[in-house]
Every structure is written in C-alpha cells, then in structure tokens.
Ligand binder design. Structure first.
Ligand code: HEC
Length: 139
C-alpha cells in the first residue's frame, strides 16, 4: 500500500513536467505562474506577458499590469473591456476571464492572449486552471 502511494506520487510529478512543456519549472502556485508565464518568455518563442502588460504599458493593453501587483490585478478584479467579467474567480476557471482570453473562447472582447501568439499550450493553461480551481491562492 505504501509503495502504491509513493508510485502514484512519482507518476503525478512526471505527468506535470510532461504537460508543462516549454516551461518545465511551472507548478501549480501563483509564484510559479508569475515567474514562468507572466514575467518570462518560454522556449517555444512565446514572449512574457509583461512585454505588453507592464506597469508602463498597461493602459494600452486592457488596463492590465502583470508586473508590480499581478495578484490584485487578477483575483477578484473586474475586466476592463468585457463588462461584468471578472479576471480570476477563485474556484471557477471557466468563469474566469483570464482563462477565457487564454483559450480564445467565444464571448471575449478583443483577441486571444498572448496577443498575436504563440499561445500557451493546453498543458500550461491546465496549470493555471488548476491554480484557480484550488482557490487562486496567493501562494
Ligand atoms: C503583444 C502584446 C500582448 C501580449 C504579449 C499579451 N497581451 Fe494581453 N492584452 C494585450 C492587449 C492589446 C489587450 C487589450 C485588447 C484585448 O483584450 O484584446 C490585452 C488584454 C488582456 C486581458 C483582458 C484585460 C481586460 O480586463 O479587459 C487579459 C486577461 C490579458 N490580456 C492577459 C494576457 C496574458 C495572461 C498574457 C500572457 C500569457 C498576455 N495577455 C500577453 C496585449 C498583449
């Protein structure tokens, strides 16, 4: 029984690094999402979100800065372009405008993010989804 649990744990870690692809260090925590997705480019040629969503450029880019106060800019924060939408709703990835923009869903205002691509991989998005599902903690 102990061996089974240990194996399952190992299999989980392995699965996570397989899905995170061009951001191998990405884990389900806000600190990691900030460091590996928002602030940095990845090995697939995707620019960091902050190349547009910096403090200085935020007003040209949906009023969203992911530089100085990324957590408060997202969690419970109203979207600028889509009336009534909230960027991140803890526990509700589908309802979170951040996820809708990253997946390019119908009903978004403007473009799929990152603007002009390359877009995040399904694996990268699934890590952000999981973080929201687990309550979008500032961890
Ligand atoms: C090349 C510039 C550029 C990059 C890179 C970029 N964005 Fe954007 N973003 C924009 C622009 C311009 C807008 C406003 C127009 C729109 O919504 O299409 C925007 C809007 C948004 C919005 C909606 C803001 C609101 O409240 O209406 C979200 C959420 C967002 N971006 C998230 C991201 C994330 C997350 C990344 C990185 C994975 C990213 N963006 C990368 C240019 C960019």
């Amino acid at each position: 029984m102990v061996a089974t649990v240990a194996l399952t744990g190992a299999a989980c870690d392995e699965a996570l690094s397989r899905v995170t692809g061009p951001t191998p260090n990405l884990t389900v925590s806000f600190a990691s999402i900030q460091r590996d997705i928002f602030a940095a480019p990845d090995s697939s040629g995707r620019p960091g979100c902050v190349s547009c969503h910096s403090d200085a450029l935020a007003r040209f880019n949906g009023g969203l800065s992911l530089q100085s106060n990324p957590y408060t800019s997202l969690v419970g924060a109203a979207a600028v372009f889509k009336r009534g939408a909230t960027r991140v709703i803890p526990g509700d990835p589908n309802g979170s405008y951040l996820i809708q923009k990253l997946e390019g869903r119908g009903g978004i205002v403007g473009a799929r993010m990152p603007f002009g691509g390359p877009y995040l991989t399904d694996g990268q998005i699934s890590v952000i989804r999981r973080w929201i599902e687990l309550g979008a903690q500032n961890n």
